[in-house]
Design a protein around this ligand. Sequence first.
Ligand code: PEP
Length: 272
Amino acid sequence: REGRRPLIAGNWKMNLTHLEAIGLVQKLAFSLKEPELEAAEVVVLPPFTALRSVQTLVTGDKLEVGYGAQDLSAHDSGAYTGEVSGAMLAALACRYVVVGHSERRALHGEDDAVVASKVQAALRHGLVPILCVGEGLDVRRAGTHVSHCTTQLDAALEGLTAEQLLAPGDGAGSGGAGSGGGVVIAYEPVWAIGTGEVATPEDAQEVCGAIRSRLAERFGPEAAAVVRILYGGSVKAANTVGILAGPDVDGALVGGASLDADEFVQICRTAA
Ligand code: PEP
């Protein structure tokens, strides 16, 4: 993996009140202190309402766990009722923010232009966007999944410079980051998200490899070699070894399984 530190990020989606979130982080905390886990970077992505509680726990207990949000506004402030800005997330010392998750694209009408402006909003505030791309079942059946994902990638990174791709987010260090550049990409085939149907290791490597090649064309091979590319879609402890075997698969974005402390820690151990 050429020195890229594996990243395991738990997307809690719309689950857990802030009180429940405290319980889950406390359960994770014990295991996350295991020295053998240090090889991997572990991140949790709670709902907005739990971020402050997670920040307090992580900082107070000096936990080696990063955290971030699941979305942000493309705007920095103003009359956008219900939205949360990158500045607000940076003030909570978030390091990461998910951008362009397939659920946002499908359920909230986020198109490529919106996704691109959210990537820029994240970078303006020193947050590392975890940019999600991925094809639906129809595209997979048509065999055009690779070009579908690289087209989404191109659109989302429109106007990005190589420096932005590489600059580590300065979201005030919610623990354990450092390497891996200013943008993370997650390949998440929509047909594998929350379905129990996991891509094969070959499927994951095919698209993650194509994403790295595309980054190399646009930003140069050295920049592309630093960027971490994750796979997401029904990752569990039992399939992590296979998924992470691909040389271009640098970690996982984990949905459902990240809500179970034992399962999530097992995934992190496997990645470390
Ligand atoms: C996700 O929401 O990013 C995801 C990959 O979900 P799951 O692991 O539940 O498929």
